[in-house]
Design a binder for this molecule. Structure first.
Ligand code: IPM
Ligand code: MN
Length: 354
């Protein structure tokens, strides 16, 4: 199989974790006889420095040409005071919108080795394994009109039937594959856009009689995730609510440095760690490569239907943790503190052995 992967290392720790990802992809490619064509392109601050904008048409074209896009992270203090549409974040939003990546999958799964690293008690956390499915190209992030002047600021939260239906259909299908439980999160007690969302979810439920559906208000959902995360399996929600809930979900698992994500559309797919660019540790060989390597696993799974390769990567990560290796963000006493490159070597070595 011939595949093309566009790599967007981005800013901060992005480049160093992307380098590790390439090593992993090479290893898997060798094993499964893949011929991989890589295209490495700037995005975010890196692109601003070079071209004055966070995502150029040329880079976008390289993404349209690829079978999958792998992104490190974008953002940093240096670009924080730029105009709104020139910030690194604007590049990411444009990328999502242009590639039609309407579904963002963020798993919140607890590794047994980490139960003690969470801010929640072990007994609350044990058994947590759910997915936040976040709508990614609509809602208040993209709604018009938007703007601000001297006396007010405004945004618009709106959803069309098509936008709600495609993400909700995906959510039901995902819930059916998993444990058959779906939670749709909204603010229907206040917002009309949520009432509309809810009515679409109820309608679509008719197609999935074997999925147990519950609706939950977003404030309650935030509370429930911290109170008893094991009650959830698939959570589907709008863009901004999903942004917030997926951070909470990420935090309770003990380290944001562990969590991968996939952003999928009908034609394109982008994979990236949930964590950000971590400028404070950038270039110091300290970052945790796990979220990135796990994003590579998601890529093989979703974009190339290589479930076995994905399982091998996940297994190698778990094994490395069981062997006691930890980067600084997940370090605890009695474990072996290692650098990014050492952690990567260990994980890749475990991949080779599996
Ligand atoms: C995320 C980030 C982005 C978002 C920012 C960087 C635009 O917080 O991926 O969750 O809000 O979607
Ligand atoms: Mn976020």
């Amino acid at each position: 199989m011939n595949i093309k992967i566009t790599l967007l290392p981005g800013d901060g720790i992005g480049p160093e974790i992307t380098e590790t990802a390439v090593r992993l992809i090479r290893l898997i490619a060798e094993r499964y006889n893949l011929i991989v064509d890589y295209s490495m392109q700037p995005v975010g601050g890196a692109s601003i420095d070079e071209f004055g904008e966070p995502l150029t048409e040329q880079v976008l074209k390289e993404c349209y040409d690829a079978n999958a896009v792998l992104l490190g992270a974008v953002g940093g203090e240096k670009w924080e005071n730029m105009e709104h549409h020139r910030k690194p974040e604007a590049g990411l939003l444009k990328l999502r919108k242009s590639l039609g990546l309407y579904a963002n999958i963020r798993p919140a799964k607890i590794f047994p080795a980490f139960v003690d690293a969470s801010s929640l008690k072990a007994e609350v956390l044990t058994g947590t394994d759910f997915v936040v499915l976040r709508e990614l190209t609509g809602g208040i992030y993209f709604g018009e009109p938007r703007g601000y002047d001297d006396s007010q600021g405004w945004n618009t939260m709106s959803y069309t039937k098509e936008e709600v239906d495609r993400i909700v259909n995906m959510a039901f299908a995902m819930a059916k594959e998993r444990s058959g439980k779906l939670t749709s999160v909204d603010k229907a007690n206040v917002l009309e856009v949520s009432q509309f969302w809810r009515s679409r979810v109820n309608e679509i439920q008719n197609k999935y009689p074997d999925v147990a559906l519950q609706h939950m208000y977003v404030d309650n959902a935030a509370m429930q995730i911290v109170r008893d995360p094991t009650q959830f399996d698939v959570i589907v929600t709008s863009n901004m609510f999903g942004d917030i809930l997926s951070d909470i979900a990420g935090m309770i698992t003990g380290s944001l440095g562990m969590l991968p994500s996939a952003s999928l559309g009908d034609q394109y797919a982008l994979y990236e760690p949930v964590h950000g660019s971590a400028p404070d540790i950038a270039g110091k060989d300290m970052a945790n490569p796990i979220a990135m390597l796990s994003s590579v696993a998601m890529m093989f799974n979703h974009s190339f239907q290589m479930t076995q390769a994905a399982e091998i990567i996940e297994e190698a990560i778990e094994r490395s943790l069981e062997q006691g290796y930890r980067t600084q963000d997940i370090y605890s006493e009695g474990k072996e503190l290692v650098s990014l490159s050492k952690m990567s070597d260990i994980i890749l070595h475990n991949v080779e052995k599996l």
